[in-house]
Design a protein around this ligand. Structure first.
Ligand code: DGP
Length: 118
């Protein structure tokens, strides 16, 4: 099952549920944002829907308003923790670097960013 659920063996479902600790920086009824455990920039947060979807295409197809809410929360995080400018990254699939299969947007901000994705 990849949509609209909670999965007991999913790391981010467990963070959403509060079973595992995280440093939350923002939240709404349907979305939470917390600091990445291995930050790649001065500001590096993950924006995650509370419901489980495997990747960005799945959430876009099932619930485009939820995807928009994720992006709005990312903008809010960048405005609160940085100067409002940010990069938003959705790794989709292992070869693209996805390691946690609960959709998450990386919010990268707080410095001048380079462009070396590969
Ligand atoms: P990705 O590789 O795109 O699937 O990104 C997964 C991110 O999740 C990666 O940047 C590290 C982060 N991460 C992994 N485990 C944890 C955790 O337990 N807590 C937090 N806050 N972040 C985690």
């Amino acid at each position: 099952m990849t949509t609209g659920t909670t999965e007991s063996d999913c790391l981010f479902c467990r963070i959403v549920a509060g079973e595992l600790p995280s440093q939350r920086v923002a939240e709404t009824q349907r979305v939470i944002a917390f600091k990445d455990i291995d930050p790649k920039a001065p500001v590096h947060a993950l924006v995650v829907p509370r419901d489980h979807y495997g990747d960005v295409a799945q959430v876009a197809a099932a619930d485009p308003e939820l995807l928009a809410e994720m992006i709005t929360l990312a903008d809010q995080v960048a405005g609160t923790l940085a100067d409002g400018q940010f990069r938003l990254i959705f790794n989709s699939g292992p070869r693209a670097g996805q390691s946690v299969f609960h959709v998450h947007a990386h919010v990268i901000a707080g410095t001048q960013l380079g462009w070396t994705p590969a």
